[in-house]
Design a protein around this ligand. Structure first.
Ligand code: ASP
Ligand code: MG
Length: 417
């Protein structure tokens, strides 16, 4: 008998029939003697639909009203799910984020949790009820409703699991676990039995939509054991925890790619102190996230820089670089859009010098040139032209011994954020 947090994403409760299936699953856990707290997202595309409606009325809606609006999506889900559980003869109580005791910073649309007061949840659990909590929302000290940002229900689930000291936090979604790479492009991608928090965090930050990065961070910090699994099957999922077992001889856990990459190059920059500080300071104060930065050697007192940003930020990044030209003289600024970032991730990489060489070799064999490289202790990323990305991912998957003959992938496209 355990205390379990079960989280269901929007597509898992996207229709009445799916909602009933989720209720059945919760009732089964209760029948088995577990105490369950449930976190649920807004049904299907509800959040997107609400955003569309708001934009028709006001292209730039006040953030406070936006939070007020978006939290209704999750409120609808918890009430309906609770009713469905009652229909199966089990007791349940739905709670909004603020009723569940989630306190946040006074920031709209991306608030962080400051405190959770779970007394009410614990009382209801003691009464034998399933507690159904609305995802991605809380309240400030002043009583204002806030949200945690798109995909924030994962964070609600993990934070709740930490606050009530649950044995495990199960994330039910529309894929049956975390894969070694995107199973839509590599048919022998394997479902991972285990992955460490750090590896999962790298993959989540690289765009693996199966878990929200902030939730993984929170889980690592509070040592919450996560299981990612399908809401449509009973297959075993992937466990995310501190130390994950690596199969013998395997150093790379997963391969990710990100198509949202643009490269900006600033050519012929005067090599005087403070240039980098000025360029990246200006970008940062406009809220532009810079990923990889490369500086070439200096020749005739001039240097070249290149950095990557997301495609949506490319035009403003160029505008900013042009606006500081009088302070930072340079010859030319250019941008390229048709690029991708391919990354290998694995805790075993730290102590294995040949790992990088193998990646470069596999990419070189395909006749693809590498434009930029960046590394962390457990990740190596290369920027390449977008065109051959599928071949590159497949080649890397094979090169690092990740191919499997089983075809375990179940499910369609991953949950939308
Ligand atoms: N409904 C919100 C969203 O779609 C929160 C979530 O699903 O996690 O972003
Ligand atoms: Mg959603």
């Amino acid at each position: 008998m355990s205390l379990i947090v079960m989280k269901f994403g929007g597509s898992s409760v996207g229709t009445i029939e799916r909602m009933q299936r989720v209720a059945r699953r919760i009732a089964d856990y209760m029948e088995a003697g577990h105490r369950v707290a449930v976190v649920v997202s807004a049904m299907g595309d509800t959040t997107d639909d609400l955003i569309d409606q708001s934009k028709q009325l006001n292209p730039n809606p006040p953030a406070r009203e936006m939070d007020m609006l978006l939290t209704t999506g999750e409120q609808m889900s918890v009430a309906l799910l609770s009713m469905a559980i009652h229909q199966l003869g089990r007791e349940a109580v739905s709670l909004t984020g603020w009723q569940a005791g989630f306190r946040t910073e006074p920031v709209h649309s991306k608030a962080r949790i400051t405190d959770i007061r779970p007394d009410r949840i614990l009382r209801a659990l003691d009464e034998g009820k399933a507690v159904v909590v609305a995802g991605f929302q809380g309240m400030t000290e002043d009583g204002e409703i806030t949200t945690f940002g798109r995909g924030g229900s994962d964070t609600t689930a993990v934070a709740l699991a930490a606050a009530i000291q649950a044995d495990v936090c199960e994330i039910f979604t529309d894929v049956d676990g975390v894969y070694s790479t995107d199973p839509r492009i590599v048919k022998n991608a394997r479902k991972l039995a285990e992955i460490s928090y750090d590896e999962m965090l790298e993959l989540a930050n690289l765009g693996a939509a199966v878990l929200h990065p902030r939730a993984v961070e929170y889980a690592k910090h509070h040592n919450v054991k996560l299981i990612v699994r399908s809401s449509f099957t009973h297959n075993e999922g992937t466990t995310v925890k501190e130390e994950a077992v690596m199969e013998q001889g395997v150093v790379v856990r997963g391969i990710a790619y990100d198509k949202d990459v643009a490269r900006i190059s600033i050519l012929g920059v005067e090599d005087v102190p403070g240039v980098l500080a000025k360029v990246f300071g200006a970008l940062a104060s406009s809220g532009i996230d810079v990923d990889i930065i490369v500086q070439s050697g200096v020749q005739d007192g001039k240097a070249d820089f290149a950095f990557t940003v997301s495609r949506g930020d490319a035009a403003s990044a160029i505008g900013i670089v042009e606006s500081i030209r009088s302070e930072v003289p340079y010859r030319e600024v250019t941008s390229e859009q048709d690029l991708v970032k391919v990354s290998i991730v694995g805790a075993g990489m730290v102590s294995n010098p040949g790992v990088a060489a193998k990646m470069f070799e596999a990419i070189y064999k395909l006749g693809v040139s590498i434009k930029m490289v960046s590394t962390s202790e457990i990740r190596l990323s290369c920027i390449i032209a977008a065109e051959p990305v599928q071949e590159v991912v497949r080649a890397l998957h094979t090169a690092y011994g990740l191919d499997t003959t089983e075809q375990a992938f179940v499910g369609g496209p991953q949950e939308r954020r």
